[in-house]
Ligand binder design. Sequence first.
Ligand SMILES: *Cc1c(COP(=O)(O)O)cnc(C)c1O
Length: 362
Amino acid sequence: MTLRTATAVIDLHALSNNYRFIQSLAPDTKILAVLKANGYGHGLERIAKALPNADAFGVARIDEALALRAAGIEQPIVLLEGFFAAEDIAILAANNLQTIVHNEQQLAAILHARLEKPLKVWLKIDTGMHRLGINPEQLEQFYLTLSQSKNVQQPIVLMSHLGCADESKNLATPKQIALFNELTGHFSLEKSLANSAGVLLWPESHYQWIRPGLLLYGVSPLPIEQQVKGIAPVMTLQSSLISVRNIAAGEGVGYSGAWISERNTTIGVVAIGYGDGYPRHAPNGTPVLINGRRVPLIGRVSMDMISVDLGVQSKDKVGDIATLWGKGLPVEEVAIFATTIPYELLCNISRRVHIQLTNESA
Ligand SMILES: *Cc1c(COP(=O)(O)O)cnc(C)c1O
């Protein structure tokens, strides 16, 4: 007897198809594929190697960038939040890593560094999201300083980030795009603004570089009713039934007996829990796919297990595969039940989850 425990089945063929779909939406732009947080839970090096045509990769931490270099990745790599310590600059230069600059401290550190090779810099402007980026009125001074520094490789790239791009009616996005154009129109430099939602909904935000993350992994950043055709999920999270039992009406299931059956039914236990990254707050009714049908999660999510109501007529047995999300059950739907976003579910996949590679859709 060998039962499957929590396994993320990773379909690299779906990844390539998603990449090509993104290219088709923005045929004249370069793609910076975003791989932060372990490739959104899919495996940093694995995803990078499966995207040989990506023009660049984006990560959030220097360790992620160094792991990619150690794995032999040669494409440009950009630190999307820049560096956090002046000492990092030498590491960036030595490993041919590019950095975003979004504050005065980073600018000063670059100007004062002793470098043998200049750094490639992406200058980030705050166009309204008010998270990272220099203020619009600082742009001319930052540009002048960067363009005159021998530590900076010319030309630099100008970028900003969209805060509301997933909302097609939100006027914040056209406002951000207009401000970005007003501020950068007179620079003949490469520019970048679009995340996945920008790629999908705002073609005027594409410029020379798009920066898709979520969409690469076959998941939509848009509200669930706005279906995105042309992508397929790269990750399918599965485990198996490790117990099937009948219970009588009125019996409670799991910790605190938090769910009480209204009828005689069959309860299945699936070997996955919050220790694998399945959300502990997923409520009763969160769908789980077993033998082609959706059954409801019931009771508390445990560290290593969840329970599902298989129903009165169930023929499911120990060893049958359960799909928590992925093919047949979009993670976007599970995220709604768990009152979170697909990003969080994907990147919370924990270390003990097995990885199985497949080319299923090939
Ligand atoms: C994470 C990130 C992205 C990708 O966002 P998605 O919504 O996953 O496409 C793009 N740009 C920056 C600066 C980011 O931090």
